[in-house]
Design a protein around this ligand. Structure first.
Ligand code: F6R
Length: 612
């Protein structure tokens, strides 16, 4: 999910490239880099970390050139360090490449380059080596032809920008299953992942189609197909302006991602129903007989993913009838968990790069347990190390506070619960078909909640300065209480904690005094009457109560709460958490905005946690 940009024909291409990268940073900010040609040499500056680090480096060591390409990285292959930052060059430094996507056969290609020394762990670098070798071929191909020959050998997904000092002023780009646009205007040539990067230069672009390759020069773009024959890209005009380009019109990525949940949930459900009551999990790759024998499941995860795993536990125990422990990944490997070949480990991680989760999964696998990864990132470390994968299809999540990854992880857990139940002969196809049919309405219910946040904004205004918020819930409401508290603390920096509602009387209720706020996750489920009693207990002690209800529980809650936020009734009880979390995501967001916090990049946090 990296961002790429190329500019040729400007007095200082680097300034334009950096400005474009700023608007592509949402695609990833593990590292950033730029290469430009001045005279007969390519100059490169690249840095791990956010774009600002690259900008600082460029301040200290300016890079000149009328042609250049830049990259902001969302790491897939290789750690996010300076070496793995793009651009990547061939060993002679004469060919430079930036890439978005995954070259799946890069190992085989590397192996063919016998004796070649690679400076990075990336899948991309091999492309620079291969293009350089093609340029040296005896028939003397130009850069376009050299790139055409190389991409013919690549497997996987790519948007590539390539430049060479042998052809000053030229950028060659190629696309396969990763977005890439080209444009030419007023004597300048451009290419980028996304029109957002170019919107200040042009509103007319051409999207390359899969297999197309283009030569971008000052003021001119020439497109060919995979055979080198002239080809037509898909030209279009955009009708939005620069301000909308960065976050697609949303004030923050967090809000954009909250609003992407109807689509994310729909995408995650897609393709797993064979229409005859069988759940299909094609990437699971674990022998069904192994799954049938499992006598214990560990769900391992961190943060928001851990809370999604708590819902997964309920689904797996309910449908598959096997005991599930949900474990904080960073604790798991430092004790003596009882794990063997009949233990199934399910590791949830949006990024697939969380070191705690990977290490815990490896620890279990070393003791013989099969490992399933639930990950949002194709090709992530966790997905690669696991025996099987269930991908959430939330699309890139940029805001540090996870939202759409969470709801799609819950959906993944429900699918896994059904799948395991079928492997263990605990669910008839007709029962599974019924559940799948009900789940199909979830995306529309999610849409109804996120599109109407007036009551949530009012609640945020009312409670924005409450210093202590206690979240409570039971059963499927408990993971949502944990998640609601995490969201509020991480984006607004307000003190928030969550407790099982029934545990309050064993201690936490001592914290309640007039002025405290209790958020009760109170859907119409089988534990609702018990939860109402707990709500009454805190209200009697002076707390204000903000309740998240479903349509079925609203009337019963109203006498006991100061504010009731209502979501539709879920199509089945185990899917209710997908809906009840939505008002709490929006509540945390609005409180943070009202308090002036940096919503998308909260203090002290990082999106992908690759240290212990
Ligand atoms: C909170 C949040 C984090 C992550 C946690 C695990 O909003 O985003 O708590 O959930 O760092 O990350 P992944 O899922 O990438 O392993």
């Amino acid at each position: 999910m990296c961002g790429i940009i190329g500019v040729t024909g400007r007095p200082s291409a680097v300034a334009d490239i950096v400005a474009g990268l700023r608007r592509l940073e949402y695609r990833g900010y593990d590292s950033a880099g730029v290469v430009a040609q001045a005279g007969d040499r390519l100059g490169v500056v690249k840095r791990a970390g956010k774009l600002d680090r690259l900008v600082e480096a460029l301040d200290g060591s300016p890079l000149e050139g009328a042609v250049g390409i830049g990259h902001t990285r969302w790491a897939t292959h290789g750690a996010p360090n300076d070496e793995n930052a793009h651009p990547h060059l061939d060993p002679t430094g004469r060919v430079a490449v930036v890439h978005n996507g995954i070259i799946e056969n890069y190992r085989a290609l590397r192996a063919e380059l016998d004796g070649a020394v690679f400076a990075s762990e990336t899948d991309t670098e091999v492309v620079a080596h291969l293009v350089a070798r093609e340029l040296d071929a005896s028939d003397g191909p130009d850069l376009l032809e050299a790139v055409r020959r190389v991409v013919g050998r690549l497997e996987g997904a790519y948007a590539l920008c390539v430049m060479s000092d042998r052809e000053p002023g030229t950028i060659v780009v190629a696309r396969q299953q990763a977005p890439l646009i080209v444009a030419a205007r007023d004597g300048v040539g451009f290419c980028a992942s996304d029109v957002a990067a170019l919107i200040e230069h042009t509103d007319t672009c051409a999207a390359l189609l899969d297999g197309q390759i283009a030569r971008v020069r000052a003021g001119a773009v020439e497109v060919v197909d995979a055979d080198g024959a002239p080809a037509e890209p898909d030209t279009y005009r955009v009708d939005w302006d620069l301000s909308a380009a960065e976050k697609q019109g949303y004030e923050h990525f967090m809000l954009k991602e909250i609003h992407e949940q109807p689509t994310a949930v729909r995408e995650t459900l897609l393709g797993h129903d064979d229409g005859a009551g069988n759940v299909l999990l094609d990437d699971l790759r674990i022998d069904p007989a192994v799954l049938a024998r499992v006598d214990k499941v560990f769900i391992l995860a961190a943060g928001t993913s851990l809370h999604a795993g708590m819902v997964g536990k309920l689904a797996i125990e309910h449908w598959a009838g096997v005991p599930v422990d949900v474990e904080v990944a960073s604790e798991f490997r430092y004790r003596d968990p009882i794990v063997d070949a009949r233990t199934l480990v399910i590791a949830y991680s949006q990024s697939g790069e969380t070191i705690d989760t990977i290490a815990a999964a490896e620890h279990a696998r070393d003791q013989g347990a099969p490992v399933i990864a639930v990950s949002n990132v194709v090709g992530s470390t966790l997905a690669r190390m696991a025996d099987g994968v269930l991908h959430t299809r939330a699309g890139p999540e940029v805001a540090v506070a996870s939202t759409k990854a969470f709801t799609t992880q819950i959906v993944a857990g429900l699918l896994l619960g059904l799948y395991l139940a079928q492997r263990r002969d605990r669910l008839f196809p007709s029962e599974a078909a019924d559940v799948l049919e009900r789940l199909a309405v979830l995306p529309d219910l999610v849409r109804r909640v996120v599109e109407d946040d007036a009551a949530i904004v009012a609640a945020a205004e009312r409670f924005r300065d409450v210093g202590y918020t206690m979240f409570i819930g039971r059963h499927g409401g408990l993971p949502i209480a944990y998640e609601g508290a995490l969201k509020l603390k991480e984006v607004s920096y307000l003190h928030a904690e969550a407790f099982p509602a029934g545990e309050m009387k064993h201690g936490p209720i001592a914290l309640i005094e007039p002025g405290a706020l209790v958020v009760a996750v109170a859907p119409d489920d089988h534990v609702f009457p018990k939860l109402v009693s707990n709500v009454q207990e805190v209200r009697a002690r002076g707390a204000a109560v903000l309740a998240v209800a479903t349509e079925g529980s609203r009337a019963a809650l109203e006498p006991h709460a100061d504010v009731v936020l209502t979501v539709p009734d879920a199509p089945l009880e185990l899917a209710t958490p997908v809906l009840t979390v939505l008002p709490l995501q929006l509540y945390a967001y609005h409180v943070a905005v009202l308090r002036g916090a940096d919503v998308d990049q909260p203090r002290n946090l990082a999106k992908t946690v690759t240290v212990e």
